[in-house]
Ligand binder design. Structure first.
Ligand code: NDP
Length: 496
C-alpha cells in the first residue's frame, strides 16, 4: 500500500525519487536515487571527463558554455514551466531567475581566460634574476549541492564558475527540485555529448553527504546554515575546501531622504517575491522616524494588492509553513501587530502577505530566517540606529538602503556581502559582482572574478633567466655576498 502523499513533499519509492507540485500534488517527474557507490562512480567518471574538459582550453570551453547558454535561452519557457510545476513559483518569477542564471553563465564563459589564464607578474628587485608566472588551475571535480528555492540560479552560479575554470561538476539538486536539476544536466549533455562533464546525483541528505566524501576537489554548497555545518564537517574529514552560501535575514534601511513610494515598492518585491523564499529576501525594514508612517502605509497598500495563488505562489517545502506560522505567532504574542495578514494568513500550502510592526527584537521574526512572505518594519531614530539593528543578527548575506545623501555610506557599514542602494536584490543579477555572505551566511564567493577564482588554485612558477646578483638561496653564497644582501636590504627597505 502506498502512503498518502503530501503535495510538494518528495517521496522515495523503490529507489526512485518522486517530485510533486506543492499546491496540486501533480507529479513533476522521477529520478533514480544515487547511493554511496553510485555517487563515487559518478565522481570517478567526472574525474576522467575533467581531463578532457581541461584539454579543451579556455576557447573550447567558452564556445561550449555559450552554446549551453543559448540553448537555455531558446528553451527558457520550457524551463520556466518546469520550475513552476516543481516549486509552485509563478512562471514569470522562474523567467527572471533563468535570466540571472544566463547572465552568470555568459559572464563566466567570456571572462575565465582573462581572470584565470597564465600571466607574467612584475619583477621584484631581490629576485630580479627570476621571472614570475601565475595561473589558476582547476581542482578537477567540483561537487555542487543546491537548494530548492531558486533551483536554476543557485546551482548555475557555481556550476558556471567551476566549468569555466576547467572543472567537471557533480551536482546534487535539492530533493524538492531534482527535475529542474536534471533538466540542466540533460541540456548541457546536448551541447557537450562527448564526456560527462556535468552530472547529477539525486537523493536526500545522505546523497549530499556522500558527495562531500567522494573525493571531489572542492564543494560548493548553497542551503541552510544548519546543513552547511554538516557539509563542512564531512568535508573536513578529507580536508576538502568548500564555498558556503547559507541563509540570511537581510535588512532594508529607509533613510529620511528616501523616495518612499520607490522604497515601498522595492521592499514589497524584495520580501514577497518567490513567496519570500529567497536567501537574500528582505525580512526586516528599519525606517527612520520622519518617514516611518508614510512608508508603512505605502507597503501595506502595495503588499495588499498581491494575489495569493497568483503573484504569491505556494510554500514549496511543506514543513516550512510551520516555521512561518511560528514566527508570526511568536511576534504577535510578544507584542507585535499585524498591519497586513497575520496568523490567518497561513492557509497551507499558501501564506498571504504579512506585514508586522512593533515586533520586539527578541522575536524569531527578527532573529531567525522566516523564509515566507512576511516583513517586519521597525521605527528607528536615525540611520546609525538602523545600521546597528540591521547588523545585530548572526547572519550577514545581503541588504538594501533607500536614501540619497548618505546611502552609500550606510551601505558600506552594513555587515553583509552585498547591498543594493535604491533597489533590492539587484546584485544577484550582475555577472561581474561577487556574491556571498559573512558570519552565519557563509564564506567564499560565487559570481564575478572571485567566483571564478573560487574554483581554481593559484599556481605560482618562477623561471630563472640569469645568474643571481645577490645569491641568497644557495649554500654557495659567500659572507661578502650576505653583506651585500644586507646593504641592499637597508637601501631598499631600511629607510624611515
Ligand atoms: P537545506 O540546507 O535543507 O538543503 C540544501 C541542500 O543540502 C539540499 O540539496 C539538501 O538535500 C542537501 N543536504 C541535506 N543534508 C545534507 C547533508 N547532511 N550533507 C550534504 N547535503 C545535505 O536547504 P534548503 O534546500 O531548505 O534551502 C533553503 C536554505 O538555503 C535557506 O536557508 C536559504 O537562505 C538558503 N539559500 C542560500 C542562498 C545563498 O546564496 N546564500 C541562496 C538560496 C538559498 P535534500 O534537499 O535532499 O535534503
Amino acid at each position: 500500500m502506498t502512503a498518502t502523499r503530501v503535495p510538494g513533499q518528495p517521496v522515495v519509492e523503490d529507489g526512485v525519487l518522486i517530485s510533486t507540485n506543492p499546491a496540486s500534488g501533480a507529479e513533476a517527474g522521477r529520478v533514480p536515487v544515487a547511493d554511496v557507490e553510485a555517487v563515487n562512480e559518478t565522481v570517478r567518471r567526472a574525474a576522467e571527463a575533467a581531463l578532457w574538459w581541461q584539454a579543451l582550453g579556455y576557447d573550447g570551453r567558452r564556445e561550449r558554455l555559450l552554446r549551453w547558454r543559448s540553448l537555455i535561452v531558446r528553451r527558457i519557457d520550457e524551463l520556466a514551466q518546469l520550475t513552476s510545476l516543481e516549486t509552485g513559483k509563478p512562471a514569470a518569477d522562474a523567467i527572471v531567475e533563468g535570466t540571472a542564471a544566463v547572465e552568470h553563465l555568459d559572464w563566466a564563459a567570456h571572462n575565465a581566460r582573462r581572470v584565470l589564464g597564465p600571466r607574467k607578474v612584475r619583477t621584484r628587485l631581490l629576485t630580479a634574476e627570476h621571472s614570475g608566472h601565475l595561473e589558476y588551475q582547476p581542482y578537477g571535480v567540483v561537487g555542487v549541492i543546491g537548494p530548492w528555492n531558486y533551483p536554476i540560479l543557485t546551482p548555475v552560479g557555481p556550476i558556471s564558475g567551476a566549468l569555466a575554470a576547467g572543472n567537471a561538476v557533480v551536482f546534487k539538486p535539492s530533493e524538492y527540485t531534482p527535475i529542474v536539476g536534471q533538466w540542466l544536466v540533460d541540456t548541457f549533455a546536448e551541447v557537450v555529448p562527448e564526456q560527462p562533464v556535468l552530472q547529477a546525483v539525486h537523493g536526500l541528505g545522505d546523497t549530499g553527504a556522500a558527495l562531500c566524501r567522494s573525493g571531489v576537489g572542492k564543494m560548493a554548497f548553497t542551503g541552510s546554515t544548519a546543513t552547511a555545518k554538516k557539509v563542512l564537517a564531512a568535508c573536513a574529514e578529507n580536508l576538502v575546501p568548500a564555498v558556503i552560501e547559507a541563509g540570511g535575514k537581510d535588512a532594508l534601511i529607509v533613510d529620511a531622504d528616501a523616495d518612499i513610494p520607490a522604497a515601498a515598492e522595492a521592499a514589497v518585491w524584495g520580501s514577497m517575491t518567490n513567496a519570500g523564499q529567497t536567501c537574500i529576501g528582505i525580512e526586516r525594514v528599519y525606517a527612520v522616524a520622519p518617514v516611518y508612517d508614510a512608508f508603512v502605509s505605502a507597503v501595506v497598500e502595495k503588499a495588499g494588492q498581491l494575489r495569493t495563488g497568483e503573484e504569491i505562489g505556494p510554500i514549496t517545502m511543506p514543513r516550512q509553513i510551520d516555521i512561518i506560522r511560528d514566527h508570526i505567532d511568536d511576534a504577535l504574542a510578544k507584542g507585535g501587530r499585524a498591519v497586513l495578514g497575520g496568523s490567518d494568513a497561513v492557509q497551507p500550502p499558501y501564506v498571504s502577505p504579512t506585514v508586522l510592526v512593533d515586533v520586539p527584537a527578541d522575536s524569531r521574526e527578527i532573529s531567525d530566517e522566516t523564509f515566507g512572505p512576511t516583513l517586519t518594519i521597525t521605527k528607528v531614530a536615525d540611520a546609525d540606529e538602523a545600521v546597528e539593528k540591521a547588523n545585530s543578527t548572526a547572519y550577514g548575506l545581503g541588504g538594501a538602503v533607500f536614501g540619497r545623501k548618505n546611502a552609500l555610506r550606510i551601505a558600506r557599514k552594513l555587515r553583509s556581502g552585498m547591498v543594493a542602494v535604491n533597489s533590492t536584490l539587484t546584485f544577484v543579477g550582475m555577472g561581474n559582482l561577487p556574491f556571498g555572505g559573512v558570519g552565519e551566511s557563509g564564506f567564499g564567493r560565487i559570481h564575478g572574478e572571485d567566483g571564478l577564482r573560487e574554483f581554481a588554485r593559484a599556481k605560482s612558477i618562477t623561471v630563472r633567466r640569469g645568474p643571481s646578483v645577490l645569491p641568497a638561496m644557495t649554500f654557495e653564497r659567500t659572507p661578502a655576498q650576505v653583506a651585500t644582501i644586507v646593504k641592499a636590504l637597508r637601501i631598499l627597505y631600511g629607510r624611515k
